[in-house]
Write a new protein. Structure first.
Length: 212
C-alpha cells in the first residue's frame, strides 16, 4: 500500500505503552478493519503486548491467537506490529519483530511495522513519533512521512495522555497474564482518552459476546 493512517485510539495506545515503561522495550499488534483493505491501510486499534520479555514465544502465540480470534469477530484483522526500543536512539527492529511479522504476512499482505522514535515522545506532541515500514519486494522499507497520516486532533489527544499520565491506566498482555481480571482490550483507558480529548475514538477491538 502507498499510505498508512492511524486512528486517535491506535496512536494513543502505542504512545501510552512506551510512556508507561520508559526503561523497557515494549511491543504490540496493530489492528485494521477488513473493509479498509486496499491502497491505503487504516490502523483503527492496537493491542499492547509485552514489556518484560519480548522473546517468550509461548506468550506471543497465546496473544496472537486470542487477538486474532477477537479481531475476526469484529470484521478486523491483525495488520502489523509496533515496538519501542529500550534505548533513546535505537530505531531498529529485532528478531521478535521479524518472527511475529512473518506470521502475520502468512495471512495478510496489507500490513505495516512501526518503530516508535523515543526522542519524539514529548509531552507536547507536535509531530508523529512513529516510523512506519511496509514491505517492498519482500524487504521492510521505511515509508515516507508524507504517506503516514496522523491528524492534529490525534497529537492533541496523545499530549493529554502524556501530560495527565493516563498511560498508568493502560493494560498490556504482560499485565493480563499476571492478573487475568485485567482488560487487555483497554476499554477503561479508551473511554478515559475519549472523555479527556472530547474526541470520538471510533471503532475499536472488542469481545463479541454473541459469538460463542
Amino acid at each position: 500500500m502507498s499510505k498508512v493512517s492511524f486512528s486517535t485510539l491506535a496512536y494513543c495506545k502505542m504512545v501510552a505503552h512506551a510512556a508507561k515503561y520508559p526503561h523497557c522495550e515494549v511491543n504490540g499488534l496493530l489492528v485494521a478493519e477488513n473493509s479498509t483493505k486496499g491502497d491505503k491501510l487504516v490502523i483503527v486499534d492496537t493491542v499492547p503486548l509485552f514489556h518484560q520479555c519480548l522473546h517468550v514465544s509461548p506468550m506471543s502465540e497465546i496473544a496472537l491467537m486470542q487477538i486474532d480470534q477477537s479481531a475476526s469477530t469484529c470484521d478486523m484483522y491483525i495488520a502489523g506490529y509496533y515496538l519501542a526500543n529500550e534505548t533513546l536512539d535505537d530505531l531498529s527492529y529485532d528478531k521478535p519483530a521479524h518472527k511475529i511479522m512473518d506470521k502475520i504476512v502468512e495471512h495478510e499482505t496489507n500490513v505495516c511495522m512501526v518503530v516508535i522514535n523515543n526522542r519524539l515522545m514529548e509531552l507536547n506532541q507536535k509531530e508523529s513519533a512513529l516510523l512506519v515500514h511496509t514491505q517492498d519486494d519482500g524487504k521492510w522499507k521505511r515509508l515516507n512521512n508524507s504517506n503516514v497520516q496522523i491528524e492534529n486532533v490525534t497529537l492533541a489527544a496523545a499530549s493529554a495522555v502524556l501530560q495527565q499520565q493516563l498511560y498508568n491506566n493502560l493494560v498490556d498482555f504482560d499485565n493480563h497474564l499476571d492478573n487475568l481480571s485485567l482488560d487487555w482490550l483497554n476499554t477503561e483507558f479508551s473511554n478515559c482518552v475519549e472523555r479527556t480529548s472530547g474526541h470520538d475514538m471510533g471503532r475499536r477491538l472488542m469481545i463479541n459476546k454473541s459469538v460463542s
